[in-house]
Write a new protein. Structure first.
Length: 230
């Protein structure tokens, strides 16, 4: 895997803001209010040509997108409809242009850079919280949290809402270290563990550049520095 998988700048937005919350309004199965939610519901602005690789080695090619709510690949059918693929559980990786996603722990993680057999990746995840059903006179009635449903059920649940509901959501962009198919938090401890022979270099760079591990941009800066120093 080459460093060509560095993502396009257009895909890295607001990296210092790792989480954002809000409320969407759903009317008869469609989100009618919540521009930020709709903007972040898919990784790409539009369906683009890509490749889906399954764990059995099968590769599918076609226009696709990744749903951040259900963590599913969506494709366009011959009739123009967008659907989740039946083999979602077998998906190992998705690529589109110079962008690569690995599916790890049921989450799509985009590879930002590589250093030997260690990767730096970013996951984008939307989660739904409590639903409030609007009453006839403007009142609300809380119902059970959507969070207890599986990701695919959540996608279907939105479509099946009848009437008007307000639903809280949380959006996360988290940076991860990846090695041996395992996701690790991008912490100072894990950086020093994975790059033990560069521990002093890491410590010096952190101090000199005011690296903050709760800021995604800082973590990316540190990893890129290490990758370029080899």
């Amino acid at each position: 895997m080459k460093r060509c998988f560095l993502i396009a700048i257009a895909l890295i937005v607001s990296l210092t803001s790792q989480a954002q919350s809000g409320t969407i309004k759903v009317l008869n199965g469609k989100v009618v209010e919540g521009d930020f939610f709709k903007e972040k519901l898919y990784v790409f602005d539009k369906y683009i040509n890509g490749r889906i690789r399954l764990s059995d080695g099968t590769v599918y090619v076609g226009d696709l997108n990744i749903n951040t709510l259900g963590q599913t690949v969506r494709v366009i059918t011959d009739t123009g409809d967008t659907i989740a693929i039946k083999t979602e559980k077998l998906v190992e990786a998705v690529s589109a242009g110079n962008t690569l996603f690995l599916k790890l722990n049921n989450t799509y993680v985009q590879v930002l850079n590589t250093y030997g057999d260690t990767y730096l990746g970013i996951s984008r995840v939307l989660k739904l919280g409590q639903e409030k059903i609007e009453g006839a006179y403007g009142g609300t009635n809380e119902v059970s949290s959507i969070a207890k449903y599986s990701s695919v059920e959540v996608e279907n649940r939105l479509e099946k809402i009848v009437g008007s509901s307000n639903i809280r959501y949380d959006y996360y962009e988290n940076i991860h270290l990846i090695k041996g198919g395992k996701i690790l938090p991008a912490t100072k401890k894990n950086f020093e563990k994975l790059f033990s022979d560069q521990k002093k270099m890491i410590e010096s760079y952190i101090v000199e550049n005011n690296i903050k591990f709760n800021h995604n941009e800082s973590v990316i800066q540190l990893f890129n520095y290490l990758a370029n120093s080899k």
